[in-house]
Each structure stands twice: as C-alpha cells, then as structure tokens.
Design a binder for this molecule. Structure first.
Ligand SMILES: NC(=O)C1=CN([C@@H]2O[C@H](COP(=O)(O)OP(=O)(O)OC[C@H]3O[C@@H](n4cnc5c(N)ncnc54)[C@H](O)[C@@H]3O)[C@@H](O)[C@H]2O)C=CC1
Ligand SMILES: CC(C)CC(=O)C(=O)O
Ligand SMILES: [Mg+2]
Length: 341
C-alpha cells in the first residue's frame, strides 16, 4: 500500500537537499509525498512557523521528513515575533517525539576529513539518544525589566522513558550525561537512571559522565562511548560536536521517535544560510535520514541498508562536497549515491 510521507523542506538549503531525497526514496518504494510550508517559509505565508493544518497533516502521515528551518531573515530577539524554530519545537511536541536518535558512524574513507587524528576516530560507532520534548527548550521562560530566564524542568516519567530508550539501544554500555554536581534536574536524572538500571537493565554497564567532561572525551577518546543518553540541550550540543568525528555536520542524520503516530526524520544540521542557494550543500545527512525513515518508520531494513551502503560506497570512491574539502556539488553527490543504489 502507498505510504504517505509529509515533506517539510523548510528554509535555506532545505529545499535543495529535499529534492534529491525524494528522487532517492522514489527508487525504493511506493510513496506519496505531501509537501508543506514549514518554519520561515510558513511565517512568510501564514505568519506562523507551524499551522494547525500542517500539524494535522503530519499527524495523519505515515512518516515526516524534514530538512531544516531558520535563517537571518527571521532572526529576532523580540519574543512577540514568530521564529522558525518554534515550528520545529512545536511539531516535535505535538507528535510526542521524545526520543531523538543521532547515530555517529565515521567511515574510514573520511578519516582525513576530520580535524581529529585517524587513531582517535578509528573504531568510533556511537549513538546519541537525546531527550527531545523536555528540559531547557520547553521549560518556563520569560523576561522582566533587565532580567531573562529559562528553566530546565524534567519529571520522573520523562526521564524514565528516555533512559529506557537508551538502555534498549545499548548492547554493552550506556553513558548517562548530566550536570549532577550543579543542577537539581540532573540529580533527579541520575537517581532515575540508577533505579532503571538496577531494576530493569543491570546486565548493561552504566557510567555517569558530567557534560563538560563528556564534551572533552568525545574529542579525546570517542571509542569509549557506545550509547549516550542525555537531556535536550546537552544532546543538541554534543551531537553537533560528535559530527566532526565523521568529518562534517553534513553527514549526521536523526530519527525522532516515541509518539503514538509517525516518526520524524531530519538531518542534525540547520538551514546553513551561508551556503543556501548555491547548490553546494551536502545532501548525505538528508539521505541518511531517509534511510532512518525507511528503517524506523516503515521497517524497510533492506532499503535502509541499501541507502547507507550507497552513501558509503560513494564516499569510498572519492565523493567530496565542499564541507568535506572537495568540489562536488549537491547534484554530483546525489548522482553518485543514486548510481550506487
Ligand atoms: N533542525 C533544524 O531545523 C535546525 C535549524 N537550525 C537553524 O539553522 C539556522 C543556521 O544555523 P547554524 O548555527 O548556522 O547551523 P547550521 O547547521 O545550519 O550550519 C553550521 C555550519 O555547517 C554548515 N552546514 C550545515 N549543513 C550543511 C550541509 N548539509 N552541507 C554543507 N555544509 C553544511 C553551514 O554551512 C555552516 O557553516 C539558524 O536559523 C538555526 O536556528 C539550526 C540547527 C538545527
Ligand atoms: C531549534 C533547535 C533545537 C534545533 C536544533 O539545533 C536541533 O534540533 O538540533
Ligand atoms: Mg542542533
């Protein structure tokens, strides 16, 4: 049966990396794409980053494929004005997508594209499990006179469910990243992690690492990590950092899961306004997000693996977009991957 994919190209490089991804998916299955304005594009048309109609269309779809939102055109410090990123946060919340999986799998062909030494990267294969609908990005915030505040708030239930996702993803070891030496929300986080480990997953090795130390060890000793589970903002920051183990943020995909309805699949990177419109964006993070959509959204494991193999093969055969130090453009990258599919 035809599966419906809600397509949200968004802003900046979003439409440029979405078009070849649709082409790629069309080679692998019978999909019906329903494209919607989202983020800045939706603000321009409707005055809001996410309309009720688009929320409903995403809820009805079998999966949601999103590129990226945002850009200088919509940057504002005025809290009364709409921002593209509000659409993203709103959609994740509306779909109940509390678990964001960000696999980091450097391939040997690209070790030289990373600023890190080959010996440090070699053997790295980690997963960042980022809590996506709580924490600092969703807590109370405000401004009064010359004071502003954001609140990091977590309930036991919110921590339990993401920690279980982390333990289930781990074969041997889970690293829980927090700031329990300072933050009360992290102390609760750690208590819950310890209890869930003791009661349900004692066969998995557990370690706690403070977030500042984790940021350092991701660069000095990345093979020490298998699965990292952490709160929303820490995961946001650590995953962009981890991207450099692979050589570029343009390579990192993600899957957002956990709701009753469809999953949402999107690259880790943003709308890259500095290169938008030039046709040089790396589409591989978007292709790999489509692979996660096939795997997690539609249980199409063979097709997902085929996309990942085609990406690996293209890179092994020398494909290098500008972010990887080469001169291939978006169309070249798409042609190379489609060729090996
Ligand atoms: N999920 C989303 O929609 C996200 C949206 N944003 C938004 O995107 C806008 C730009 O944010 P930035 O901080 O600049 O982060 P960014 O991830 O868009 O770009 C950071 C750097 O990486 C490069 N880059 C990113 N993706 C690339 C790709 N596929 N190929 C080649 N180079 C790539 C960019 O050219 C830039 O130099 C902001 O409005 C931000 O709020 C940021 C992160 C995630
Ligand atoms: C609106 C932001 C939370 C987007 C972002 O940086 C991300 O999800 O990685
Ligand atoms: Mg981010």
């Amino acid at each position: 049966m035809t599966k419906t994919i809600a397509l949200l190209p968004g802003d900046g490089i979003g439409p440029e990396i979405t078009a070849p991804t649709v082409e790629l998916l069309n080679k692998l299955g019978d999909f019906s794409f329903e494209e919607h304005l989202f983020g800045g594009a939706s603000i321009d048309a409707h005055g809001t980053a996410l309309t009720d109609e688009v929320t409903a269309a995403c809820q009805r779809a079998d999966a949601v494929l999103l590129a990226a939102v945002g850009g200088p055109k919509w940057d504002t410090t005025d809290p009364a004005k709409p921002r593209p990123e509000q659409g993203l946060l709103g959609l994740r919340k509306a779909l109940g997508l509390y678990a964001n999986l960000r696999p980091v799998r450097p391939v040997p062909a690209l070790y030289d594209a990373s600023p890190l030494k080959r010996e440090i990267i070699d053997g790295t294969n980690l997963l960042v499990v980022r809590e996506l609908t709580g924490g600092l990005y969703f807590g109370d915030r405000g401004r009064r006179d010359d004071v502003a505040w954001d609140t990091m708030i977590y309930s036991v239930e919110e921590i339990e469910r993401i920690v279980r996702t982390g333990f289930k993803a781990a074969r041997k070891k889970l690293t829980s990243v927090d700031k329990a030496n300072v933050l009360e929300s992290s102390r609760l986080w750690r208590e819950v992690v310890l209890r869930v480990h003791r009661d349900e997953f004692s066969h998995i090795e557990l370690e706690h690492v403070l977030v500042d130390n984790a940021a350092m060890q991701l660069i000095s000793n990345p093979t020490a990590f298998e699965v990292i589970v952490t709160e929303n903002m820490f995961g946001d920051i650590l995953s962009d950092e981890s991207a450099m183990l692979t050589g570029s943020i343009g390579l990192l995909p993600s899957a957002s899961l956990g709701g009753d309805g469809p999953g949402l699949f999107e690259p880790v990177h943003g709308s890259a306004p500095d290169i938008a419109g030039k046709g040089i964006a790396n589409p591989l993070a978007m292709f790999l997000s489509a692979a996660l959509l096939l795997r997690h959204g539609f249980a199409m494991e063979d097709e997902a693996a085929a996309v990942e193999s085609a990406v690996d093969r293209a890179l092994a055969e020398g494909l290098r977009t500008a972010d990887l130090g080469g001169d291939a453009n978006t169309a070249d990258a798409a042609a190379a991957v489609l060729n090996y599919l």
